[in-house]
Design a protein. Structure first.
Length: 112
């Protein structure tokens, strides 16, 4: 049984949710960004990748100083919770556009 609007054998909500899975979601996001033709799944893949880069970048910047390095675990936990919430929402078929990252995802998706 083929799924409408996708080139993979996944339903769009499952493909979008896979992009947000903590720790390994970035791999699914890259693969789906390359393979998938569905604009919704591609947008979620872009937003997931940008979110992960933002979490890593913020953790790196905070880790440079000793005082702010104490905040790095909070950034990781907040990022994990945000990724889980986004994965659940994507699985439910709902789109959550994050304030800065979502705008960047819109701009990148229009160029692709």
């Amino acid at each position: 049984m083929a799924n409408k609007g996708t080139t993979t054998n996944l339903s769009p909500n499952v493909a979008s949710a896979l992009c947000y899975v903590p720790v390994v979601g970035w791999i699914a996001a890259i693969v789906l960004l390359v393979v998938e033709k569905s604009p919704t799944v591609r947008w979620d893949a872009i937003q997931a990748l940008l979110l992960m880069v933002a979490i890593w970048g913020l953790g790196f910047v905070l880790g440079i100083t000793i005082v702010l390095a104490l905040l790095v675990p909070l950034v990781w936990v907040a990022g994990l919770i945000l990724q889980l919430v986004l994965a659940v929402k994507a699985y439910q078929g709902k789109t959550m556009k994050l304030p800065l990252v979502g705008d960047w995802a819109d701009k990148i998706a229009k160029k692709l």
